[in-house]
Every structure is written in C-alpha cells, then in structure tokens.
Design a protein around this ligand. Structure first.
Ligand code: 5GP
Length: 179
C-alpha cells in the first residue's frame, strides 16, 4: 500500500511549493549571514527534513548541531518548561545561532530554547521555522525566517509525525480522521 498516495491524506503544501520556499529562505539567510558563519541548530526530530534541505540552500560556511526536547507531561503547562532530552555537542559562546524548527505553535518550545541559548552566551539567535500557526500562540516569539503560515490544523509530513508515522512524506498534509 502506498504511503504517499494514502487516501486519508489531504495535501496542504506540495513538494514543489516546499522546494521553492526553502530555496528562497536559504537565499535570504545567505544574504543576511554573509561573513558570519552561522551555527544552525536543528530541533529533533521534526525539523530534520527541513534542516537537511535548508542547509543545502545556504551558500556559506556554516556548522550544525542538534537538540532534542520533550515537554513535561502530556499537556504542556503555561510555564512552557521543556526537558532537554539530547543536548548540543558544541558550546554556544559567541556564536550566531539560527534555531531551525518544523512548526511554531504555542511558541513555548522556541521561547524556552531561545532563552536557554541566550543564557549560554550566544551572540545572536534567529529563528527559522518552516510552518507557523499563529492562531495558537501563547507567548510571543520573534521569527526571522518563516516558510508558510497555516491554519490551526494538525499537519504531518516533511519531518512532522503523527505517533511517529508520516515523517517521510515529501509534502505537508492534513490527516483526515487520524484514528
Ligand atoms: P509549541 O511549543 O510551539 O507549541 O510546539 C511546537 C511543537 O509542537 C512542534 O515542534 C511539534 O513537535 C508540535 N506540533 C505543533 N503543531 C503540530 C502539528 O500540526 N503537527 C505535528 N506533527 N506536530 C505539531
């Protein structure tokens, strides 16, 4: 049975749209960071597909690091405290960080991570998110690079999962009746 043609999936952003937009974001970062050798930090697992395409659209010397977080308990509380499950390998002191995320929803994760990175001495922190769901925001987060604004729907594909499935879809889709 084909996963990519699964009739339960309704495509929201096509493969071609993703390619074009990620290429534009990379070109913009290339212009903005000329001479600054940014460090791109990928928030695992969801941002890994976006990260791997984005870095190949940035024509600059750069480095990469990876962090994995989980929220405490099921529903994230308003303090937005997240647990770092896998920490960075390299120190952040003096680095120009681009925090790469799959989707900005309530904003609690990115708010926590950017404060955490600032406290570790990063020189600058910018956020690059593929998707943005502004309807659900609980805390203000300043976004420097955004792929697409989407409505308040649960999406999968291009790194995003539903119970670990669908991360390999080459497009972004909404799952019709997920159970
Ligand atoms: P925030 O802290 O902004 O609420 O949460 C962001 C995280 O929630 C994302 O990194 C992602 O893991 C998860 N998330 C939020 N909305 C969606 C969605 O529509 N689909 C999927 N698969 N994950 C989502």
């Amino acid at each position: 049975m084909s996963e990519f043609n699964n009739p339960k999936l309704e495509i929201l952003i096509s493969t071609d749209q993703l390619k074009e937009r990620v290429r534009e974001m990379g070109a913009q970062i290339t212009r903005d960071y000329a001479g600054r050798n940014p460090e791109l930090i990928c928030v695992l697992k969801g941002a890994m597909v976006f990260m791997s395409d984005l870095v190949r659209a940035i024509d600059l010397p750069l480095s990469m690091d990876f962090i994995a977080v989980s929220s405490y308990g099921k529903g994230m509380n308003t303090s937005g405290e997240v647990k770092i499950v896998k920490d960075l390998d390299e120190p952040l002191e003096g680095r120009n960080i681009i925090l790469v995320e799959d989707i900005l929803d309530t904003g609690l994760t990115l708010n926590y991570l950017s404060n955490n990175f600032r406290s570790r001495g990063a020189s600058s922190i910018a956020i690059a998110t593929l998707l943005n769901k502004p309807d659900r925001r609980k805390v203000d987060v300043e976004v420097s690079y955004q792929g697409f604004e989407i409505p308040d729907k649960f999406v999968v594909g291009y790194g995003l999962d539903f119970a670990e499935r669908y991360r390999n879809l080459p497009f972004i889709a909404v799952v019709k009746d997920p159970v």
